[in-house]
Write a protein that binds this ligand. Sequence first.
Ligand code: HEC
Length: 181
Amino acid sequence: MSTPSRVALLACIALAACASQPPVKGKAPALGAPASPEEIARYDISIPPSGAGLPRGSGTARGGAKVYEQKCMACHGAKGAGKPADALAGRQGTLGSRTPQRTVGSYWPYATTLFDYVRRAMPITAPLSLSDDEVYAVSAYVLYLNGIIGEDAAMNAQSLPQVKMPNRDGFVSDWPPRAHN
Ligand code: HEC
């Protein structure tokens, strides 16, 4: 047997030996460490459409304009017009046309998703870097750019779930699946 295949064979035997170690009764495998409540809270940040779990804090579009200019505009363009990244405003009414354009205003069914998404993912180069007040304010600004709320409407855990998005009723359930031709 050549040296490389002997090495490979020995490696297989060693692996098989490890795999067949019997588990120690009453002892959990030592994989990682228990997550602390603080660590769990840091990851447990999903906000459902109902807005359950929205944090304290508040912001208006007027305040959010500043956050937007400093932390979003380079990628999403002035007033959410887009370029180089996605447009965040306008294009309402295009969904049924030959060139549908999906923006927060034209497509997204829930304003609470905007808070969730911006908080967890934006700015794309520094996710989770915004304070909750900044997320409320910049979300308010994006809603304002879309003509959905006024410039001084405060967005917070109570008001954000009340915002009715233009495409709220544009989604239909396809379960159980219908026949498609
Ligand atoms: C460095 C560039 C960059 C910056 C800065 C940035 N974004 Fe984004 N953003 C992106 C990219 C790229 C995507 C698309 C991500 C994807 O599809 O996975 C995106 C997607 C989004 C979307 C979803 C758009 C859609 O309809 O799917 C929203 C909303 C958004 N960004 C908001 C913001 C806000 C608010 C800020 C400022 C706090 C911000 N972004 C800063 C690059 C950026």
